[in-house]
Design a protein around this ligand. Structure first.
Ligand code: NAD
Ligand code: MN
Length: 357
């Protein structure tokens, strides 16, 4: 059996209640998969900042770099007032590990909600665009203030994110062909931008993405485009039309939170921060101080993030086993956590999903 080394970064609040679920599901995988796991606990977050003076200790980054095949990140609390020296550890991690993409699958349960079934992935560029944070404020001639920000789009990052979207579309098709149930029958990538207005920046994104996806290996992928505002409209009217959506940083941020709203609870939605050869699975929710310590946090976003991490490690079969078990739990609907209208505890949901592996 191969041994995969996984870094566990629980963080704060319910991060500490859901990250153990990731460990449990990996340990419970059927032995026929021939996988073994070893785990290392790593610090990050607000409590780490209060104890050590840094939210992301160097040791955490070093161990991830030198001694882990993949990792799971829970959630961190941010200080409510601006605190000197504090900066978001997940943002720093993405930078220091070169995790240039944020990948967020959104899948409905059963027949879906009001908008029907949904099964899409949003692939968001994660290093540039307006989030380079190059802002300045100055005073205009009439004495009033003006603020400006740089929106930086590079050919390199646009190419890489589009290629990743193409690869994800092909992999989803393979998973479907291997028997996973889905509303889609062919791979599709929708390139989202606003190049009708921002012809240089979004124009470069659009043009580069189209070139990347025109390559031979993506010939089975249907490539289409959508201007971002009409994308939002269609996302809420006809979400079933979308398989993989690729977008620059800011649009991707907004679209992915919006898409998460289509499926009911934040407690269901996973994500992965992905770079070359490394992925960190991360539930989309925060540290949820309102339910911390009650043992009722929904572990499903973390279980799905664990599967997503495995996909990027090339362990598609193991990932599929987890997705199936989670879907079965949700479809039966007997052991659901309170955010889904049920009465089950975190522990009861984990046990139920593990039994279904
Ligand atoms: P949140 O995601 O923590 O909670 C929003 C609401 O959803 C709450 O009512 C919460 O109880 C519920 N919820 C979230 N996850 C759930 C789960 N797994 N099961 C059941 N219910 C769940 O967002 P917030 O309240 O705006 O932020 C709380 C803290 O988390 C803040 O300090 C914020 O900065 C931080 N935060 C961190 C991340 C991250 O680490 N990636 C993301 C968002 C917010
Ligand atoms: Mn966001």
């Amino acid at each position: 059996a191969r041994t995969l080394k996984i870094g566990l970064i629980p963080g704060d609040g319910i991060g500490r209640e859901v990250i153990p679920a990731g460990r449990r599901i990996l340990e419970a995988l059927p032995s026929s998969l021939n996988l073994k796991f070893s785990f290392t606990h790593l610090d990050a977050g607000w409590e780490t900042f209060q104890k050590q003076g840094v939210a992301l200790p160097d040791k955490t980054v070093e161990v991830l770099k030198s001694d882990c095949d993949g990792a799971l990140f829970g959630a961190v609390s941010s200080p409510t007032v601006q605190t000197k020296g504090y900066s978001s550890p997940i943002v720093a991690l993405r930078k220091r590990l070169g995790l240039y993409a944020n990948v967020r699958p959104v899948k409905s349960v059963g027949s879906g909600g009001k908008v029907g079934k949904v099964d899409m992935v949003i692939v968001r560029e994660n290093t540039e665009d307006l989030y380079v944070k190059e802002e300045k404020t100055y005073t205009a001639a009439d004495g009033s203030k003006v603020a400006e920000a740089i929106k930086r789009i590079t050919e390199k990052a646009s190419y890489n994110i589009a290629a990743m979207a193409g690869d994800i579309a092909l992999r989803r098709q393979r998973v479907r062909e291997a028997g996973a149930e889905s509303i889609h029958s062919r791979p599709q990538v929708t390139v989202t931008h606003k190049s009708n207005v921002l012809s240089q920046t979004d124009g470069l994104f659009r043009e580069t993405a189209r070139r990347a996806l025109a390559e031979q290996k993506y010939q089975s992928v249907k490539v289409e485009e959508q201007i971002v505002d009409s994308m939002v409209y269609k996302l809420f009217r006809q979400p079933a039309d979308y398989d993989v959506i690729v977008a620059p940083n800011l649009y991707g941020d907004i679209l992915s939170d919006g898409a998460a709203a289509l499926v009911g609870s934040l407690g269901l939605v996973p994500s992965a921060n992905v770079g070359t050869g490394f992925a960190i699975g991360e539930p989309c929710h925060g540290s949820a101080p309102d339910i911390e310590g009650k043992g009722i946090a929904n572990p499903i976003a973390t279980l799905r993030s664990t599967a997503l991490m495995l996909e990027f490690m090339g362990e598609e079969e193991a990932a599929a086993v987890i997705y199936k078990a989670v879907d079965a739990n949700l479809e039966e609907g007997r052991l659901l956590s309170p955010d889904l209208g049920g009465k089950a505890t975190t522990e009861e949901v984990i046990e139920d999903v593990c039994k279904r592996l």
